[in-house]
Design a protein around this ligand. Structure first.
Ligand SMILES: [Zn+2]
Length: 148
């Protein structure tokens, strides 16, 4: 059988004759990436699956108090990265629906009256922090101004 490229690493591999539409090679990181993509898809498209996952996560968190606090202390660079990304998500949500008022209690430690403006900063290289990826050249651009 003809070799096909792995969607996740790009290496060519021999697809299993038993599994049609195989997209990932045998490497553990590729199989994990495929599973994560499948879970993200199910979370977006299957309300029952999504509700079960959320319920399961809440039960786990209740049984494991302080996990995220410890995690942020052990990984300050990841906590900072998440703060930045959450700030961008908040800004995007506000800008996409200027009439909808966002509930400030949804996001911890957020000052709803404060609206920072991103400035044009230029061109940067993104290097891996969490996910395994090659350095990526990106342009940082100013987001549209929020009107509330
Ligand atoms: Zn692969």
């Amino acid at each position: 059988m003809e070799q096909i490229p792995c969607t996740y690493c790009g290496d060519f591999f021999d697809p299993s004759p038993r599994h049609k539409n195989q997209t990932a090679c045998k490497k553990i990181e590729c199989r994990q990436a495929k599973k994560a993509a499948w879970q993200r898809f199910r979370m977006k498209t299957d309300p029952v699956y999504s509700a079960n996952q959320k319920s399961s996560n809440q039960k786990w968190l209740k049984a494991t108090p302080g996990y995220w606090k410890d995690y942020r202390q052990r990984n300050p660079e990841k906590a900072e990265r998440n703060r930045i990304l959450q700030n961008i998500r908040n800004r995007k949500a506000r800008c996409l629906s200027p009439d909808a008022k966002m509930d400030p209690s949804l996001i911890a430690k957020m000052d709803p009256s404060k609206c920072d403006n991103f400035k044009v900063l230029g061109q940067f290289w993104l290097v891996q922090v969490i996910a395994k990826m090659d350095a990526l050249k990106v342009n940082i651009v100013k987001l549209p101004v929020c009107y509330r």
